[in-house]
Design a protein around this ligand. Structure first.
Ligand code: UFG
Length: 342
């Protein structure tokens, strides 16, 4: 029997590339599309090297009906995992139209192509940002979505609503995974996060400070009402996060019964403060991370962590890799990532 075929949009990005590796490991065939606006062909090389498979890659802009249509005509997909989106929170505040146009258009184009070619299964990359600052922690999937704190967050909320309404109106099956804070890299250090310019996220910034590329980390606020005054997040290892997509695809393809829309939190359930993360990185990797305390960053929430029990119950998924392991892999990747793959 032919293997089941999965289209991964944003397939060369941080989460897309790790998901490709895990899907192939689970016995799926994958096709990667990406416009390479925030990633590079190095990810394709890395995926091929890790898996030993000449994974197909097509450079496509997912907002372009014709380009994407060609891909849907060339392969017969069983499911789509849609990652392709802009994701820089700060940039979305400065350029909201760019974010609304790209992130919403790309989902609509993917859904229209799926409809036109009779594909009914989609897994969508949502974000814990849809919760805003919740009234109670940890958040469950039924916790209310608060007003988005950035246009980026608003696009995730809108995309979730588009999926909910589309699933209700025809025979679409959709699963939205709400990621908490993805960190780390594949243990091979052949793929990982490639931030362009100054990293906005904590772990890539710490890694660059440890590597001496930046003089110090600014910790944004130490006066939050948390145990050590710094903000708390739920840091989820990228390989664990990638595995959650395999579980979601397994579920959606196994369940032949009904159209539906489901949401799952993908996190560890453990809050970690900025200071705790910095000190763990130093200890695990035997490096120093000089830091100073800076003012709070606009739009940051005090604390956000998941109740991941629904994913455990329904998807059979739970986080397996420890913070220690994630931060070791992040450091290994930082040291390797400038070395070309041979
Ligand atoms: N932080 C610093 N210094 C830095 C960078 C970050 O102190 O240089 C702090 C932040 O203030 C925050 C924590 O580290 O308290 C984590 O910040 P990140 O930027 O790594 O992550 P965020 O929680 O702000 O955002 C992440 C994703 C978003 C997603 C959001 C969901 O980047 O895409 O989680 O909560 F929307």
């Amino acid at each position: 029997m032919d293997k089941l075929q999965i289209l991964i949009t944003g397939g060369t990005g941080y989460i897309g590339s790790h998901t490709a590796v895990e899907l192939i490991g689970a016995g799926y065939d994958v096709v990667l599309v990406d416009n390479l606006s925030n990633s590079s062909l190095k990810a394709v090389q890395g995926i091929r090297k890790i898996t030993g498979i000449e994974v197909p890659f097509v450079q496509v802009n997912c907002t372009d009906n014709e380009q994407l249509g060609n891909v849907f005509r060339q392969w017969q997909f069983d499911a789509v995992i849609h990652f392709a989106a802009f994701k820089a929170v700060g940039e979305s505040v400065a350029e909201p139209l760019k974010y609304y146009r790209n992130n919403i258009d790309s989902l609509l184009t993917v859904l229209e192509q799926m409809q036109a070619t009779g594909i009914h299964n989609i897994v969508f990359s949502s974000s814990a940002t849809v919760y805003g600052q919740p009234d109670a922690l940890p958040v469950t999937e039924t916790s209310p979505r608060k007003p988005a704190t950035s246009p980026y967050g608003a696009t995730k909320q809108i995309c979730e609503d588009i999926l909910r309404d589309t699933a209700a109106s025809n025979n679409l099956k959709a699963i939205a995974l709400r990621y908490f804070n993805p960190i780390g890299a594949h243990p091979s250090a052949l793929i990982g996060e490639e931030p362009h310019g100054v990293p906005g996220n904590l772990v890539p910034f710490i890694a660059q400070v440890a590597a001496g590329q930046r003089s110090e980390l600014s910790i944004f606020g130490d006066d939050y009402p948390t145990p050590d005054g710094t903000a708390q997040r739920d840091y989820i290892d990228i390989v664990d996060l990638a595995r959650a997509h395999v579980c979601a695809v397994d579920r959606i393809l196994k369940d032949t019964q009904k159209p539906y829309y489901e949401i799952f939190n993908i996190g560890t359930g453990r809050p970690v403060s900025v200071l705790e993360l910095v000190h763990t990185f130093e200890r695990m990797n035997n490096v120093e991370v000089p830091y100073l305390i800076a003012p709070r960053r606009t739009g940051d929430v005090t604390a956000l962590w998941a109740d991941p029990s629904l994913a455990a119950r329904e998807l059979g998924w739970h986080a397996e890799r420890s913070l220690d392991q994630s931060l070791q892999s992040a450091w290994l990747w930082e040291q390797q990532r400038t070395v070309p793959i041979t």
